[in-house]
Design a protein around this ligand. Structure first.
Ligand SMILES: O=C(O)CCC(=O)C(=O)O
Ligand SMILES: [Fe+2]
Length: 319
């Protein structure tokens, strides 16, 4: 199998640009994941974020997690499928930041995370532009598609720790799922692994790589590209040793953004109605996703298609 795609973004500036763009294109079409190096976010800032996040876990999160951990495996002798072995908290950046209101963060950590989020937002938007170019969409198309009623995307960060687990065969760090949104940017531990993606029916490790940002494609980009890019199932396997840090930032459509396949991509790819992805408001998709996150995405797309048919007043086949 080809090795996990790693893209050195410095190559986008020179003679090797076409080759680097082709790598991104291939990764989007065949992996749904890739890893970026030299992405423009300073290593110093990343190191600071990493250290502070590990400190914060020790100081503010560990005791609560241990309480959960002491009960989570009680009496289990087969796989646990309703819990994850992770400790998390969330930060929202767009449409409005909540960083000032999140409890238990030291001022310095708050400030550093705000700076990091600003850098990630720029990187996400730069990436969307690269994807537009690869897809043959006009400049700014994807960002505009993500801008909802209030003109802003939704952007937020999930800060996670996956502490060592005595029985990783019983519980996942995070159960398999696809991500609901647009592009996801992940700053993961450079030593403790655990993230895997499903490729051609096999679980493949996303290798820890110091100072890299892992990117993956969410369900909304699958819809907008009418299936040319696919969101891919991934999971976190709990480890017996080491506490894995992961900081995942989700650049998603605004709640009121109406998501649908880009017409330019439908004309090329699909002739039949059944081969066209649905049209819906992002918040309606999220309502469904919250209930069905750990299930396959296809029934979600089908459900949105059925809602679209009802809204359009067309009969739905019942058999
Ligand atoms: O922690 C990770 O590496 C992945 C997290 C993830 O997939 C998610 O939160 O959706
Ligand atoms: Fe995910």
């Amino acid at each position: 199998m080809a090795s996990f795609p790693v893209i050195n973004m410095e190559r986008l500036e020179g003679e090797e640009r076409a080759a680097a763009m082709e790598l991104i294109s291939d990764a989007c079409e065949n992996w749904g994941f890739f890893e970026l190096l030299n992405h423009g976010i300073s290593h110093e800032l990343m190191d600071k974020v990493g250290e502070m996040t590990k400190d914060h876990y020790k100081k503010r999160m560990e005791a609560r997690f241990q309480e959960f951990a002491s009960r989570a495996l009680d009496g289990a002798d087969s796989g646990i499928d309703d819990k994850d072995w992770e400790s998390t908290f969330f930060l929202r950046h767009l449409p409005a930041s909540n960083i000032a209101d999140v409890p238990d963060l030291d001022d310095d950590y708050r400030k550093t995370m705000r700076e990091f989020a600003g850098e990630l937002e720029k990187l996400a938007e730069r990436l969307l532009e690269l994807l537009c170019e690869n897809l043959g969409l006009e400049k700014g198309y994807l960002k505009r598609a993500f801008c909802g009623g209030d003109g802003l995307p939704t952007f937020g960060t999930k800060v996670s720790s996956y502490p060592p687990c005595p029985r990783p065969e019983l519980i996942k760090g995070l159960r398999a799922h696809t991500d609901a949104g647009g592009v996801i940017l992940l700053f993961q531990d450079d030593r403790v692994s655990g993230l895997q993606l499903l490729k051609d029916g096999e679980w493949v490790d996303v290798p820890p790589l110091r100072h890299s940002i892992v990117v993956n494609i969410g369900d909304q980009l699958e819809v907008i590209t009418n299936g040319r890019y696919k969101s891919v199932m991934h999971r976190v396997v709990a480890q017996t040793d080491g506490n894995r840090m992961s900081i995942a930032s989700f650049y998603n459509p605004g709640s009121h953004a109406v998501i649908y396949p880009a017409p330019a991509l439908v004309e090329k790819a699909a002739a039949k109605e059944s081969e066209v992805y649905p049209r819906f408001m992002f918040e309606d998709y999220m309502k469904l996703y919250l209930r069905q996150k750990f299930e396959a995405k296809e029934p979600r797309f089908e459900a949105m298609k059925a809602m679209e048919a009802v809204a359009a007043g067309s009969p739905i086949a019942t058999s």
